[in-house]
Design a protein around this ligand. Sequence first.
Ligand SMILES: *Cc1c(COP(=O)(O)O)cnc(C)c1O
Length: 385
Amino acid sequence: MSYLFQAYSRWNIHIKQAKGTIAVDENGKTYLDFVQGIAVCNLGHCPDPVAAAIKKQLDDVWHVSNLFQNGLQETVAQKLANNSAGDLVFFCNSGAEANEAAIKLARKHTQKTKIITFQQSFHGRTYAGMAATGQEKIKHGFGPMLTGFHYLPYNEPDAFNELSDEEDIAAVMLETIQGEGGVIPASGEFLQEVQAFCRKKQALLIIDEVQTGIGRTGKAFGYQHEGLSPDIITVAKGLGSGFPVGAVIGKQDLSAAFSPGSHGTTFGGNMLAMAAANATLDIIFEKRFLDEVSEKGECLREELQSMLQFPLVKEIRGKGLIAGIECKKPVQPLIEELQTEGLLVLPAGPNVIRLLPPLTVEKHEITEAVEKLNNVFSRHSTVKQ
Ligand SMILES: *Cc1c(COP(=O)(O)O)cnc(C)c1O
């Protein structure tokens, strides 16, 4: 019997130890881990420089209230601001909390209410996160929802036409690649249209980089591939290499909306989390590191394209080291067979296999992973194309 709420349908794997790309279960079986805590362990499991930073901080001080000055928060905030379109940072503890804060900030700053998001999006499980999420299954049974959210089709530049007379728009919020929604990259044309719409309506542009940020796509943030200038960027997953931490990065002109007493959280910017984030960003925001992510991403997609030429495969998508393999049937059985083969991967919706290797993945590990995928796909496809 379990004492846990059964809110997750868990795999029957118990990881006892992990380092880099490799995870080892309680029976000593090793896996190539292309889940990495869902785009969290971007430097692989237990990265030494981050471990050292946390260990040092453990001996100094763990936690002080946000009533005190916090130099470490300043240091991490400066790194986030210097590598993004934003200027000011608010630290929280998760992606949902970052999006929650972004929505509060947008409404307060603009004094408007409507938040435009997109079908198939995912923005977290709090009430604002759920309301922002364009997937009914996330909200089932939890109503009434926070009001004022409006969902448009993703990747359709014409979608904004229906809002041409709408004046009460506080913000448009989107992922540059829908992660949970199926690894669906937004087209450059669509993203430019989104930004132009925001400018026209004096609405804020909020980019949810919780999954795509912190180097995942080969740039510090996913929106930078299209040269956007978002007003607010939210991050979490990869920020602390596995230590829980989130952040809202906003432009200078939003400062008055988050004035003293307006928003807060006890644990936000915790010293141990900041030590982890600081060490993480020192590595990931290096241009050479990011260029390598892009290179390895190309290599991953090329190998997938050439080794997965099966009728079962509908499309291979992605950017940097987030990849999606859309199949013509549900992928859950394939995912379980891949586990037996020693490769851990995620679904993204019913028909998409999502690969999130660590950004430190080595080329031979990419090749091994694609071989394992090839083995399983071969078994599921009698005829090769
Ligand atoms: C995971 C995710 C969230 C939610 O983050 P949590 O830390 O689980 O609250 C929000 N947005 C996107 C795009 C995500 O991938």
